[in-house]
Design a protein around this ligand. Structure first.
Ligand SMILES: NC(=O)c1ccc[n+]([C@@H]2O[C@H](COP(=O)([O-])OP(=O)(O)OC[C@H]3O[C@@H](n4cnc5c(N)ncnc54)[C@H](O)[C@@H]3O)[C@@H](O)[C@H]2O)c1
Length: 387
C-alpha cells in the first residue's frame, strides 16, 4: 500500500495530453487523420522524372505516393526495365521515354515540374532545357559538375522565373533539424567545434564513381551544406587531407577517405570525417560543442526492441541503418513535399541558389587543398555570404 497515496483521478477527467513535438511520425498521422489538404485538394503538380537508378527509385516511389503529385513521364535509358516498372508501380497511364525522346517532356505544356535524378554529367542539359520550357525543377545534388555550369542553371531559373530546387535531402531530416534548432536557440552557446562523421554504405559501384564528379562534389557537398546551414557562416580557412585506400578508386584519380578542417569567421572550428565505405552501415553523426554543452545527432537503429544482447563476446546492439534510402527515407519525402509547396507558391524555397554556389565553391577549394597539400584561405564577397 506504499504507493496508494499517489493514485490519480481518471485520465478521462484530465485534459488529453498532446504528443511530444519530437514524434514527427505522429504529426504526419494527425495531418492525414484530420484530412488537412482541404480546399486545394484538386491542385496537383504534374511531373516527369529523369533517371530511375538509386536516387530516382526513391523519388519515383515518393512521387507515386504523394497525393499532390501526378506522374506523367519516366525518362530513362534502361528500356528493359520499363515493363517491370509499369507492373511493380501500376503505371499504366505513365509515358516511358528514353533520353533521346526527352523533348516530348519539355514540349508538353501539361508538365509542371521535372525531377532530375540522372547521372550528374546529364544534369546541366536537362535542367536548362526544362527551365527554358518553364518547368519547375527538382534536381539531385550536385546541380552540375562545376560552379560555372551550376551558375548557368541558376541563371536559367532566374530568366524563366521558375524554381530550381537542390535536393540537399539531409536538411529535411528531423534529427538534423532538431540539432540545428537547438544550436540556433543557443543551447550550447557559441559553437566552439562542430564535427560531422559521414560514411557511406554500401560502397558505390566503380562505374558510378567514374561519372560522379569526384568525392568532393558528389559526397562532401552534403556535409559542407549541413555544417554551413547549421552555423550560418562560411569557412575562411580550410585544410584537407585525402587518401585513396581502394586501388580502383586510386586508378580513377579519386579519393575514398577525406578529413577536412575548417575555420569559420566567428572562431568556430569544423571537422568533417568522410568515407565512401563503412562496412557496418550508413554512419551519419554530427555534434556541436560549446561553453554551455554539447548537442549531438547519433546514428539510428531501426530495431529498437532488442536494446542490448549479451553473450560471451560482450554486449551487442541492433545494427544501424544500412544506407541512405532507409536512413533518410522521411527526409526524401519531406524534401519532395517542400518542393511541391514551392511550386504551388505556398512557401519560399529553403535551399537558396547562393547557398548551393557557396557549397560548390568550398567543395572545389577542399579538392584543391587535398591535391596540393596546402591550407587555403577562402575569400568571400558580400553577396555570397548567408543572409
Ligand atoms: N541525395 C542523395 O542521397 C543521393 C544519393 C545517390 C545519388 N544521388 C545523386 O543522384 C544522381 C543519380 O545517381 P544514382 O546513384 O541514382 O545513379 P544511377 O546510376 O543509379 O542511376 C542513374 C539513372 O539515370 C539513367 N540515365 C542516364 N542518362 C540519362 C539521361 N540522359 N536521361 C534520363 N535518365 C538517364 C540511367 O539509365 C540510370 O537508370 C547523381 O547526381 C547523384 O549525385 C543523390
Amino acid at each position: 500500500m506504499a504507493t496508494i497515496k499517489f493514485k490519480e483521478p481518471s485520465p478521462y477527467s484530465k485534459p488529453k495530453p498532446r504528443p511530444p513535438t519530437e514524434d514527427y511520425l505522429y504529426k504526419i498521422f494527425e495531418d492525414d487523420w484530420s484530412l488537412k489538404s482541404g480546399a486545394d485538394a484538386d491542385i496537383i503538380v504534374r511531373a516527369a522524372i529523369f533517371g530511375v537508378g538509386r536516387a530516382g527509385t526513391i523519388h519515383l516511389a515518393n512521387i507515386i505516393h504523394n497525393p499532390r503529385m501526378k506522374l506523367m513521364y519516366i525518362v530513362d535509358d534502361v528500356e528493359a526495365n520499363w515493363p517491370k516498372m509499369k507492373k511493380h508501380y501500376r503505371l499504366n497511364d505513365v509515358i516511358f521515354l528514353n533520353s533521346k525522346q526527352a523533348d516530348k517532356v519539355f514540349k508538353d505544356p501539361n508538365v509542371d515540374a521535372v525531377i532530375v535524378s540522372s547521372p550528374t554529367h546529364t544534369h546541366e542539359y536537362i535542367v536548362t532545357k526544362a527551365l527554358e520550357a518553364r518547368k519547375a525543377v527538382f534536381c539531385e545534388k550536385p546541380i552540375a559538375e562545376n560552379r560555372e555550369q551550376t551558375e548557368k542553371c541558376f541563371e536559367a531559373a532566374r530568366k524563366a522565373g521558375r524554381p530550381l530546387f537542390t535536393a540537399f535531402n539531409r536538411r529535411f531530416d528531423p534529427s538534423y533539424n532538431a540539432v540545428r534548432d537547438r544550436i540556433r536557440k543557443g543551447e550550447v552557446g557559441h559553437v566552439h567545434t562542430i564535427k560531422i562523421v559521414s560514411r557511406d554504405s554500401p560502397m558505390p559501384t566503380i562505374e558510378y564513381l567514374k561519372e560522379s564528379g569526384g568525392i568532393f562534389h558528389d559526397c562532401m557537398v552534403h556535409d559542407i551544406d549541413m555544417m554551413t546551414w547549421i552555423l550560418g557562416e562560411y569557412p575562411i580557412k580550410v585544410a584537407v587531407q585525402a587518401s585513396a585506400n581502394v586501388p580502383e578508386i586510386k586508378a580513377i584519380n579519386d579519393f575514398d577517405t577525406v578529413v577536412a578542417t575548417l575555420k569559420f569567421p566567428s572562431g568556430t572550428l569544423g571537422m568533417i570525417d568522410l568515407s565512401r565505405n563503412a562496412c557496418y552501415g550508413y554512419d551519419m553523426r554530427l555534434e556541436a560543442f560549446g561553453p554551455k554543452g554539447l548537442v549531438r545527432a547519433e546514428n539510428e537503429q531501426p530495431i529498437h526492441c532488442v536494446e542490448t544482447m549479451y553473450n560471451y563476446n560482450g554486449p551487442n546492439t541492433a545494427p544501424i541503418w544500412y544506407s541512405f534510402p532507409s536512413r533518410f527515407r522521411l527526409a526524401y519525402q519531406k524534401e519532395l513535399d517542400h518542393f511541391i509547396d514551392v511550386v504551388l507558391g505556398k512557401c519560399e524555397m529553403t535551399v537558396k541558389p547562393q547557398e548551393n554556389l557557396a557549397v560548390s565553391k568550398i567543395a572545389s577549394i577542399f579538392e584543391e587543398s587535398a591535391r596540393s597539400g596546402k591550407m587555403i584561405d577562402i575569400p568571400w564577397y558580400e553577396d555570397e555570404l548567408p543572409k
